[in-house]
Design a protein around this ligand. Structure first.
Ligand code: SF4
Length: 349
């Protein structure tokens, strides 16, 4: 028997999930349902080692190649403890080639490059960080609890230690009011860090999020699919042609999952794809949103040029548009919530 946390990055679907800490030490981000209602705690090294033993009993005969350290900020524990855990994990599973973890930017800044180098030598190969936005205004609004300095210094520490860095960004999280600043400031920080991966996580509002109240009060104006694509276009146009993998294809809430690839190889292709979407008619854009949001399919943009298909979709668009102000966009936003993780309790706070 061993413990397991509720989330992991999609790229860790085949990995051993080793819970080093429980839940999130910050847990205040307004958009995030993952650990709401449950408390953060550290696990002792002995406890984690016992889990490794249990995993060894279950998976020892398999050629386990990857492991992910859960939960939200496991680098928070003492470096010596983490070194001991990594050494034990590698002893039990000697064929492991990749060990990864989530971490918060302030933790990485405080950890410093020397400790991160020791962790790299012990087998830690990749760190996933939620940057969300480079705009201080957006970070403050969503209660992310991090600053530009945390993001840049934390990111550069990881790179300086030779560990792969995955930065997660969230188009749409600034709302209409901060969209432009969100895009350009996020690009500015990413250009300084040059992470190995920029992972796109389009914002969708959880129905229990305090952001619902912000919408009612008019302090947050949600963006449509079209507006978010325009924001991503602005962001990509400001990103350098660096060797960072811009990844939209690993997350179903990204409308254009095909906007995906290394910036130094595919930036032009990505901009072309974004422009092609933006040049569709209003009806074609709506049809594309409906197709993507009501199924898990990834479609070429040319699909909406198929008149026989449009004949079938058109009445549904018209029906949604008759349902009061912004009926179509409200329905799309509702469909997007089905892909969000659920809070572990009914209590968001
Ligand atoms: S986004 Fe990350 S840091 Fe923020 S509450 Fe969720 S798990 Fe914690």
């Amino acid at each position: 028997m061993y413990e397991q946390g509720v989330i992991r990055p999609p790229s860790e679907a085949q990995s051993l999930l080793l819970r080093v800490t429980r839940n999130c030490p910050w847990n205040q981000c307004l958009f995030c349902p993952a650990y709401k209602g449950v408390k953060f705690s550290r696990r002792s090294v002995e406890e984690v080692k016992r889990d490794i033993d249990s995993m060894y009993e279950e998976f020892g005969d398999y050629p386990v190649r990857t492991a992910f350290l859960q939960d939200a900020d496991s680098l928070l524990i003492k470096t010596e403890d983490l070194l001991e855990i990594l050494a034990y994990l590698k002893k039990k599973f000697p064929r492991i080639e990749r060990i990864t973890s989530y971490a918060r930017a302030p933790t990485l800044r405080r950890k410093g490059v020397d400790d991160l180098k020791r962790l790299k030598e012990a087998g830690l190969t990749r760190i996933h960080v939620g940057l969300e936005s480079g705009s201080e205004k957006v970070l403050k609004m969503i209660k992310k609890g991090i600053t530009e300095r945390d993001i840049v210094e934390g990111g550069l520490n990881v790179k300086g230690a030779g560990i792969e860095l995955s930065e997660y960004i969230m188009p749409g999280i600034g709302g209409k009011g901060l969209s432009e600043e969100h895009a350009t400031e996020t690009a500015r920080l990413l250009n300084q860090i040059e992470p190995d991966f920029i992972r796109v996580r389009t914002f969708a509002m959880h129905p229990k999020s305090p952001m619902v109240k912000m919408v009612e009060e008019g302090t947050f104006i949600p963006m449509t699919d079209e507006e978010i694509v325009a924001e991503i276009r602005l962001l990509v146009s400001h990103l350098k042609e660096m060797h960072s993998y811009f990844s939209s294809g690993d997350f179903g809430l990204n409308l254009l999952m095909q906007v995906d690839g290394y910036l130094d190889e595919k930036k032009e292709f990505m901009l072309k794809e974004l422009d092609e979407y933006l040049s569709l008619t209003d009806e074609e854009k709506k049809a594309y949103s409906l197709l993507r949001r009501s199924s898990y399919g990834v479609y070429p943009l040319s699909i909406v040029k198929d008149e026989s298909l449009m004949k079938k979709i058109r009445p549904e668009i018209e029906r949604l548009e008759r349902q009061g102000k912004d009926g179509f966009n409200r329905y799309i936003a509702h469909l997007m919530t089905y892909q969000l993780p659920q809070p572990q309790t009914d209590n968001w706070n």
